[in-house]
Design a protein around this ligand. Structure first.
Ligand code: HPA
Ligand code: ZN
Length: 346
């Protein structure tokens, strides 16, 4: 059954958490050009339209090439703050109550931007959003898997002063960028060190890569959530394990369609994963590049798949349960969702 306008409105108004968004992927073309001008960075695109026209991706790598080019305009603390502020204003419109944000320090340190500039700029906007929009947040540092483990280890060392330190929201690490040919086991030692430091652990796995990469993320990196993970559908034993161990999948429907993981939204396996009892969540990944923020991901999914309002509440509940906030904060958000549901019961 297609969603009624009333149901679509309820899904949009529902309190929810976002657990898979790359802050560099929230950089809209207009802001890319504004920052390029401010910083005197020359872009290989004539204007906003020409850049947007280049967003015709064929796979993950074709997207990453443009995503890294877009991030080249970020130089100062203000740039990182402006980018993060714009995302949080948009998140507030989608009734996101809590967000866990990825950032890619190596993309910036390779250009001579210090990790301090990156983290301080992002943190400034996160603190501001807490008072301005009532949105809480955490930060997750992602290692780029196309680079070496040695590079990841060095990056970790430079970030150590910021982890779990007073006033900072940096709580964990993840693994992103080109998946094929860069299995999780390439990063065994750096994740071992992260676990010893007590950091929260996630990794992208099973987006383009095979189910074997999801097993490696679970067994070797010991992730607490799997980012994407949609290719788990190919392995019955893996599905059973993910459901049994309550390992959340941070699924990104518009991203999967734009990067041709699925031919169209009607082919997406999100509903099947949910019916198999997996802790599925919906997320936007790189909303400026994939045609929609969180609510647009919810609506596109619900319009294409035969899902109910019960499913929408389950997805929102999963997003709070799978978050890395302390139990009391988690319970407060879950109560808020329950109150919303009671007030909107038909
Ligand atoms: N996959 C891998 N790396 C990424 C992605 C993604 O979807 N978005 C930004 N970096
Ligand atoms: Zn991602």
């Amino acid at each position: 059954m297609p969603l009624t306008p009333e149901q679509a409105k309820t899904i949009c108004a529902m309190p929810k958490a976002e657990l898979h968004v790359h802050i560099e992927g929230t950089l809209e073309p207009e802001l890319i050009f504004r920052l390029a001008e401010r910083n005197g960075v020359k872009l290989p695109y004539a204007n906003v339209e020409a850049l947007r026209d280049a967003y015709a991706f064929t796979d993950l790598q074709s997207f990453l090439d443009i995503y890294y080019a877009g991030a080249s305009v970020l130089l100062t603390e203000d740039d990182f703050c402006d980018m993060t502020r714009a995302y949080l204003a948009r998140a507030a419109q989608d009734n996101i109550r809590h967000t866990e944000i990825f950032f890619d320090p190596q993309t910036h340190t390779a250009r001579g931007v210090s990790i301090e500039t990156v983290i301080n700029g992002i943190e400034r906007a996160l603190a501001e959003a807490e008072t301005q929009h009532g949105i809480t947040s955490r930060l997750i540092l992602c290692f780029l898997r196309h680079l070496s483990e040695e590079d990841a280890l060095q990056t970790l060392e430079t970030a150590l002063p910021y982890f779990n330190s007073h006033g900072h929201r940096l709580i964990g690490v993840g693994l992103d960028s080109s998946e094929q040919g860069h299995p999780p086991t390439k990063f065994t030692r750096v994740f071992e060190r992260c676990r010893a430091l007590g950091l929260r652990i996630v990794a992208h796995a099973g987006e383009e890569g095979p189910p074997a990469y999801i097993y490696e993320a679970l067994d070797t990196l010991q992730v607490e959530r799997v980012d994407h993970g949609v290719r788990a559908i190919e392995d019955e034993a893996l599905l059973e394990r993910l459901a049994r161990e309550k390992i959340a999948l941070t699924v990104c429907p518009l991203s999967n369609v734009r990067l041709k993981v699925f031919e169209d939204m009607g082919q997406h396996t999100l509903h099947q994963l949910l019916k198999r009892g997996l802790a599925v969540t919906i997320n936007s990944d790189d909303p400026a590049y994939f045609g929609g923020y969180l609510n647009e991901n919810f609506l596109a999914t619900f319009h294409a798949l035969d899902m109910t309002m019960d499913d929408a509440y389950t997805l929102a509940q999963n997003s709070f349960e799978a978050s890395f906030i302390i139990d009391s904060e988690k319970q407060a958000l879950i109560s808020e969702l329950a109150q919303f549901r009671a007030a909107n019961a038909t």
